[in-house]
Design a protein around this ligand. Structure first.
Ligand SMILES: Cc1ncc(C[n+]2csc(CCOP(=O)(O)OP(=O)(O)O)c2C)c(N)n1
Length: 333
């Protein structure tokens, strides 16, 4: 779920029970919470106590992927600006107990949000209940290879954050050694299809293919309606559905109770396909290639990825320059 939704659910929980909710998020999602924090929970509005636990990626002085650097740098000052008090937890159990008592006192007395900042590796590895395997057959790697081999060579691919972009990157690195036909949306979770829409409307003679995650698609569900409204004929939206946020540890998403195809059709996409086997994917390719977009393909995929998966290693701006050149150079599919 999107982080602002979690803040709002915790608000509803407090209204109904008088007890404070706890919301855990990575700091990538802190920006998403700014609106409900300032206009709903703030002590100058409804004054809602919430214990926020924020995983701190990109702490200055540590080595992190580029998408985490800015938020890592501004996490604490953003909380200062939001006038949300916080404590950075350190691994000593006594000090953690003190910090939690301080947080609880604040929540009870001041009735506003309070944040605990969690650095990487503070928690031990969770050895509790394993998240059950889904029953799907196709791996992400197989699905990517199949799509790449069956798309025309000048298709534009926008890939979502996490393993999807990393696996697509690895595919291109191993076979093509160049990346200019991809826009790796390494951060901004949920935005891949909107970046694709922005390009598709300006480049009607090029085919845009978005590789999306189920968690990312759900995070920005409204994008379906914009795609349905502006209806780019040159747009193919592929959701790799594994029912989890696999890239961040396998937290379940809501996708096991969502019918993405119905959502797309109800949002005015032209067609939608659900695929469980590679043979089914093979069967729909000719139709998809001929068809008018927006077209949705949901590929149910099993979990699992290589342990040593590569990441784009150049500066993101360099990839951007190459990608823009590729967009500018061709005007035909
Ligand atoms: C707004 C926001 N919240 C959280 C994250 C952290 N994050 C990065 S990748 C990812 C999981 C993506 O899940 P999904 O789209 O289902 O793809 P999968 O990892 O399963 O391939 C999360 C939660 C983020 N980048 N941005």
């Amino acid at each position: 779920m999107v982080e602002c939704e979690a803040i709002a659910i915790a608000t509803g929980y407090y209204l109904a029970t008088k007890k404070f909710g706890i919301v855990y998020m990575q700091n990538s999602g802190l920006g998403k919470t700014v609106n409900p924090l300032t206009s709903l929970c703030d002590r100058e509005v409804y004054s809602i106590p919430i214990l926020m636990m924020i995983g701190w990626r990109g702490e200055p002085g540590t080595k992190y992927a580029p998408q985490h650097k800015k938020m890592g740098k501004i996490t604490l000052s953003l909380l200062d600006n939001l006038q949300i008090p916080y404590k950075i937890l350190d691994p000593d159990i006594k000090s953690i107990q003190r910090n939690i008592s301080e947080a609880i006192n604040y929540l009870k007395e001041q009735k506003g949000p309070f944040a605990l900042i969690i650095k990487p590796n503070l928690f031990q590895k969770y050895n509790g209940i394993e998240i059950s395997e889904n029953k799907f057959e196709i791996s992400r790697e197989e699905a990517i290879s199949f799509l790449m081999e069956n798309l025309t060579s000048n298709d534009i691919i926008i890939s979502s954050t996490g393993y999807l972009s990393r696996e697509l990157y690895e595919y291109r690195e191993e076979r093509e050694k160049v990346h200019y036909k991809s826009f790796y949306n390494i951060g901004s979770m949920g935005c891949a299809s909107s970046i694709g829409l922005g390009i598709a409307l300006q480049k009607p003679n090029r085919r845009i293919v978005v590789f999306d995650g189920d968690g990312a698609a759900i995070m920005q569900f409204g994008t379906f309606t914009s795609l349905g409204k502006y209806k780019p004929a040159n747009f193919i939206h592929v959701i790799f559905n594994n029912n989890t946020h696999e890239s961040t540890g396998g937290q379940p998403t809501n996708s096991d109770s969502v019918d993405f195809c119905k959502v797309a059709l109800a949002s005015n996409y032209n067609s939608a396909y659900l695929v469980n086997k590679l043979t089914e994917l093979r069967e729909i390719v000719p139709e998809v290639k001929k068809g008018e977009g927006p077209i949705l393909i949901v590929i149910n995929i099993k979990r699992g990825t290589k342990a040593d998966l590569k990441r784009p290693h150049r500066n993101p701006e360099e990839y951007k320059e190459d990608f823009m050149k590729f967009l500018a150079e061709y005007n035909e599919k």
